[in-house]
Design a protein around this ligand. Structure first.
Ligand SMILES: NC(=O)C1=CN([C@@H]2O[C@H](COP(=O)(O)OP(=O)(O)OC[C@H]3O[C@@H](n4cnc5c(N)ncnc54)[C@H](O)[C@@H]3O)[C@@H](O)[C@H]2O)C=CC1
Ligand SMILES: O=C(O)C1=N[C@H](C(=O)O)C[C@H](O)C1
Length: 264
C-alpha cells in the first residue's frame, strides 16, 4: 500500500513512519507537516529522525501528494484531522485516524464521510488495550453493582483530557451494562459527595513523559478490582496504526474500528 503520514515529526508520526518503512506491504510516498517547518522539502527519514534517508519528501500541502497514496495515516490534532478528512473524502482515499479529543459534531463527520470512503477511527491502536476493553466488558457484566472509576495518565504535553481511550473504554462498559455512557460519565468528583450510584468517574493525571496508562477501578464492599494497561513508549500504538492501514486495503467505503482489525 502507498502510505502518507501526517505529522512525521510528532511523537506518533515518527514511530508510524519508522514502522511503515519496516513493513514489506507498505511504501511510504511522503509526509505532510505544518507550513514553515524547517524539515519541509527534506527527506522523510530525516524529518522522522530515523537516521537514514527514505528517498521520499515532506510536503506542507497534502494536495501535492494525495493522489499518489492508497491510505493516509493521521495522528495529529483535531483541526488538522478535520482538514485531512475533507481531503481524503474529496480524493476518495482511505483514512486511518488516531487523533483524539474530537467534539460530537466532529466525530459525526467521520461517520458521514464513511458513506464515501473507508475510514478507520481508533482512539487506541494497542492490541493489549483492546484486550483490556474485552476484559472490562466481561467484568462489568459480572459485577453490575460495582462502582466504576477510570484513571488515565499521560505526559505533560497531551492537549486533550480525558483521553480518547478512557472514553472508548467507558462507552464499551456502559454498553455492556445496557446503559448510556453520556448519562453515566462524571468528569472529576471534586466537591461531589456522596458518590452517586451508577455513575462512571473520570480522572486525568498529566506528568513528565508518561506515555499512556489507564486503570479502571471496580469498587465493591471490602474489595476492589483494578484492570490496568501501561505503555512504556508509543511503539505499540504505531504498530497498531500500520495494522489498521493494512486492514483497509481493498475495503469498500465504511466506518471501521479497531475491533474489525483485532478480532477478539
Ligand atoms: N490512537 C492511538 O492509539 C493514539 C492516539 N494518539 C493521539 O494522536 C494525536 C497526536 O499525538 P502525538 O503524536 O503525541 O502529538 P504530537 O504533538 O507529538 O504530534 C502532532 C503532530 O501533528 C502535526 N501537525 C499539526 N498540525 C499539522 C498540519 N496542519 N499539517 C500537518 N501536520 C500537522 C505536528 O507537526 C506534529 O508532528 C493526539 O490526538 C493523541 O491523543 C496518540 C497516541 C496513540
Ligand atoms: O496522547 C497520547 O499519548 C495517547 N493518546 C491516546 C488517547 O487519548 O487515548 C491513546 C494513548 O493513550 C496515548
Amino acid at each position: 500500500m502507498n502510505v502518507i503520514v501526517i505529522g512525521p515529526r510528532g511523537k506518533m508520526g515518527k514511530l508510524i513512519t519508522q514502522a511503515a518503512a519496516q513493513r514489506e506491504d507498505m511504501i511510504l510516498v511522503g509526509g505532510v507537516a505544518p507550513k514553515g517547518r524547517d524539515y519541509v522539502g527534506k527527506d522523510l527519514g530525516q524529518a522522522a529522525m530515523l537516521g537514514e534517508n527514505l528517498g521520499k519528501l515532506v510536503y506542507d500541502d497534502l494536495e501535492e501528494i494525495i493522489e499518489d497514496c492508497d491510505v493516509i495515516i493521521d495522528f495529529s490534532t483535531r483541526e488538522t484531522s478535520m482538514n485531512v478528512l475533507d481531503a481524503a473524502r474529496r480524493h476518495k482515499k482511505a483514512l486511518v485516524c488516531g487523533t483524539t479529543g474530537f467534539s460530537e459534531e466532529e466525530r459525526n463527520k467521520f461517520v458521514q464521510a464513511a458513506g464515501e470512503i473507508p475510514i478507520l477511527y481508533a482512539a487506541n491502536t494497542s492490541r493489549m488495550v483492546n484486550v483490556m476493553r474485552k476484559l472490562l466488558e466481561t467484568a462489568v457484566r459480572l459485577l453490575p453493582e460495582a462502582d466504576v472509576e477510570i484513571l488515565e495518565m499521560h505526559d505533560q504535553w497531551k492537549i486533550d483530557a480525558p483521553s480518547g481511550t478512557s472514553r472508548e473504554l467507558g462507552e464499551a462498559m456502559a454498553k455492556a451494562l445496557g446503559k448510556e455512557w453520556e448519562k453515566m460519565a462524571v468528569f472529576g468528583r471534586e466537591g461531589a459527595s456522596p458518590r452517586e450510584k451508577g455513575t462512571m468517574g473520570y480522572h486525568s493525571l498529566r506528568a513528565g513523559n508518561i506515555p499512556s496508562s489507564h486503570t479502571v477501578f471496580l469498587g465493591g464492599m471490602g474489595e476492589r478490582l483494578e484492570i490496568t494497561h501501561h505503555s512504556y513508549n508509543w511503539e505499540c500504538f504505531a504498530r497498531g496504526a500500520c495494522d489498521c492501514a493494512a486492514f483497509l486495503e481493498g475495503k469498500p467505503a465504511g466506518y471501521y474500528t479497531i475491533e474489525d482489525v483485532i478480532q477478539l
